[in-house]
Design a binder for this molecule. Structure first.
Ligand code: ZN
Length: 760
């Protein structure tokens, strides 16, 4: 096989890509030895193949089979170093703060073997006898430098095999189409899939691309192939063009203003210990990095794009207005003024004139002046001209003006609003209008969640008023959903529908942008995983492909004992054991190329005995800067006991991995909460909540609980399917085999199919 990236894409959909055609797959060929060997290799890492895939594999050469195993092993990091700091770390070393203090003083006064018993390690640190039990460590317990690496991992301890199916070129083309047509923003995993597929398959003809981020990927592909002119007709607005240009500069699919990026670089490089802080330099660097500089060819390309927009020049200017300062810089750097004086660029000239003389109307300005003048009729008629923007302001309009009128005015245009916007309205209504908590959680563009104060007007409303606001918002949404399902054609002879119970708990995602890539799944945020055994083992591996250096990433967890979450214990580098949790030791330096690992073992029986409620999983960067790209975190569990090596401490087994994520290049945060264990329910909720802080203490359970509340208030995939069944008079059946339409748990793992059915 020539292109292994297609194998990566398929694996995320629990499939193997093979360059075969379904009609040519023979079911009569006997299984060859290489195929049998291949399947047993897969078993070891926790996979089994379904029947169709098994037959298809007989058409593949042994070399190609090897290549597939190679890709799967790479995804699971099988060849990397999984050695933690402590050998047999499930038995705590009992190291104490005193050990650290004694060792610190011994090194400050320059003690070594000639003065007292002890040992000097390769890193230069002298460990006096009677402090750390040095025979238990693979590295220096004092500075966290590892001296030993291994290329060993356990295999085959997992209690369930995950089924793999076949993906052909046809499936890939369908996936590409579904991704491009997605009515909601793609998460980092889907975006990576899109970028890979778009470079391997031809773009479907006459395709409509509703999400602007996806447009960026398509434009990037055209520019890469020197076909920039083909991108011109795709741009619907000058903002699309800026989005592409800014993506090239920052790698971000959304337009984040320079001052925010510079402030973020400053914050991410702050250190608790002042002299180690690198904030000022990092901010300067960022500033330099964001300076705009373009070649002649690039200037020409953008001038042509701008000149071919099909908008009235005034409208074009209005759309440029919200990022006016950035446009001024872009226009200068791209020498658009110069181009506008050339023949054939009359449209561009017109736009620039109007833009510089500010001879354009702005919708936001019109709404504000109507509000100020108290002209409510004019305000509503202006709002209704932009239904999407009306939707974004709906809650605050409801609070500030007559809520009933706001809702009825909005319902007149609600059918023109993108369904994803309506879903996000109902998803947020509970949190926005509730009096319980005067804070709410928002995820600003740089990715770090923030808890902000609510609109103070909430305090002046009665519970009944607020409750009816929530009900009103929900009703609009249900009405629109019903209308949409009514319009779909149903074949009356195929009216049996199966809806997996698990879908009742999976929130309908409307594009919660994420900073992690899932290489072995596409689970939507809020997905719940049942714990299979009595232990959950967290793992983190980082530093792959990097030379040896100081790079301190930390894996931690926090146990909460009561519902108010005031009592908590932390298991982290500064406290290696706490109730129900054991840490494998703090590594601060990475070895050359192969990376390093930390683990935490969580004992559910112990936690239950001590009445623990939740355990929150986090990883964060102690070093300056954000969490390093390609760091992998996740958790394992199995009904079978999972080994910890006595000799090395290695405790990783790909077949036990239930969920893992990789930090993507576009991550801007210092820490991420990546899961929450509900101890009584024995379930792990996968969530991704970034925070800015060097240690686990910078993340608060309150914001996690707010996020959980928000997730549980979300409309679920199951709820939407039930509405569909009701509106279309479908009969709900209990077995998928009896159904004409099947909506299984596996189906929900292909988020683009879910959003296509329910949101487009
Ligand atoms: Zn040391």
């Amino acid at each position: 096989m020539t292109n292994t990236s297609l194998l990566n894409v398929a694996l995320r959909y629990k499939a193997i890509y093979l360059p075969v055609e379904r009609k040519n797959i023979s079911k009569n060929i006997e299984l060859t030895e290489p195929v049998i060997a291949f399947c047993s290799e897969l078993n070891k890492v926790g996979y089994a193949v379904n029947e169709e895939l098994l037959h298809a594999l007989t058409h593949i050469s042994p070399e190609d089979l090897k290549e597939i195993t190679g890709v799967i092993n790479e995804v699971y990091g099988v060849e990397l170093n999984w050695t933690p700091l402590v050998k047999h770390w499930d038995i705590p070393t009992g190291e104490s703060r005193l050990d650290h203090i004694l060792t610190f003083f011994a090194n400050v006064i320059g003690l070594n073997e000639t003065h007292c018993p002890g040992v000097t390690l390769p890193c230069g640190h002298f460990i006096p006898e009677g402090t750390f039990p040095i025979e238990r460590y693979n590295g220096c317990p004092f500075c966290g430098t590892p001296f030993e690496t291994n290329n060993f991992v356990y295999t085959g301890q997992g209690s369930t095999l995950r089924d793999l199916r076949l993906f052909t070129d046809e499936d890939m083309e369908e996936t590409l189409k579904a991704l491009l047509e997605s009515p909601v923003p793609l998460d980092a995993t889907q975006m990576d899939n899109l970028n890979i597929l778009i470079n391997n398959y031809t773009l479907p003809e006459d395709i409509d691309i509703p999400m602007k981020e996806n447009l960026v990927a398509v434009v990037k592909m055209f520019v890469g192939e020197n076909k920039a002119e083909k991108a011109a007709p795709l741009f619907k607005s000058p903002v699309d063009i800026m989005r592409y240009l800014w993506f090239c500069k920052t790698g971000l699919y959304q337009i984040v203003e320079p001052k925010i990026l510079i402030r973020n670089a400053y914050n991410a490089n702050a250190h608790m210990w002042r002299p180690a802080s690198n904030s000022r330099n990092a901010a300067e660097e960022k500033k330099k990095e964001l300076k705009l500089k373009y070649t002649r060819a690039e200037c020409h390309m953008v001038a042509v794009w701008m000149n071919s927009l099909h908008l009235e020049p005034e409208e074009c200017c209005e759309q440029m207005n919200s990022k006016r300062e950035m446009w001024v810089r872009f226009i200068r750097a791209l020498r658009l003024g110069e181009y506008s004086r050339k023949k054939g660029f009359e449209y561009l000239k017109n736009v620039l004139n109007i833009f510089y003389n500010k001879e354009y109307y702005t919708w936001a300005g019109a709404v504000n002046s109507a509000k100020k003048e108290g002209n409510i009729d004019l305000m509503y008629s202006t709002l209704k001209r932009r239904p999407g923007s009306f939707a974004r302001q709906l809650f605050s309009i409801m609070l500030n003006f007559d809520a009933w009128r706001a809702i009825s005015e909005f319902s007149e245009v609600a059918h023109l609003v993108a369904p994803r916007l309506l879903v996000s309205l109902i998803n947020n209504a509970d949190a926005y209008f509730s009096k319980e908590n005067m804070h709410r959680i928002v995820r600003p563009i740089t990715g770090c969640s923030k808890v902000i104060d609510k609109n103070p007007l909430i305090a002046h409303k009665t519970y009944e008023e607020l409750k009816s606001m929530i009900i009103d918002v929900n009703q609009i949404f249900e009405l629109m959903a019903r209308r949409k399902f009514e319009k779909q054609k149903v074949d009356p002879t195929k009216n049996k529908i199966y809806i997996d119970d698990a879908l009742m708990n999976i929130p309908l995602s409307v594009g919660d942008r994420s900073a992690t890539v899932q290489d072995a799944s596409c689970a939507p945020m809020g997905m719940r995983f049942k714990v299979e055994g009595d232990t959950v083992r967290l793992f983190m591996q980082w530093g792959k492909g990097l030379s040896a250096r100081h790079l301190d990433m930390d894996l931690s967890c926090k146990v909460f004992f009561d519902d108010k979450n005031t009592v908590a214990e932390t298991c982290s580098y500064f406290n290696l054991t706490c109730t129900g949790c054991k840490h494998s030791g703090d590594i601060q330096y990475i070895p050359d190329e192969v990376g390093t690992a930390e683990y935490i073992e969580i004992d559910l029986n112990e936690l239950q005995k001590r009445n623990a409620k939740y355990v929150m999983f986090t990883c964060n960067a102690y070093s300056c800067g954000t969490i390093c790209p390609n760091l992998v975190v996740g958790w394992m569990n199995s009904e079978n006991p999972m080994k910890v090596s006595e000799k090395t401490g290695v405790a990783y087994d790909p077949s036990c991995v239930q969920h893992m994520v990789r930090i993507s290049e576009s991550n801007l945060s210092k820490g991420i909460v990546f899961g929450l264990l509900d101890v009584t329910a024995r379930e792990i909720i996968w969530l991704e909540m970034p925070f800015m802080g060097q240690t686990i203490d910078s993340s608060s359970i309150d914001s996690v609980k707010l996020l959980l509340d928000r997730l549980s208030a979300k409309t679920t995939i199951g709820k939407m399917l039930k509405i569909k069944a009701e509106v279309q008079s479908l009969i709900i059946v209990d077995e998928p085999e009896l159904a004409d339409e099947k909506y299984t748990y596996e189906w929900a793992l292909q988020p683009e199919l879910v959003s296509k059915l329910l949101l487009s």
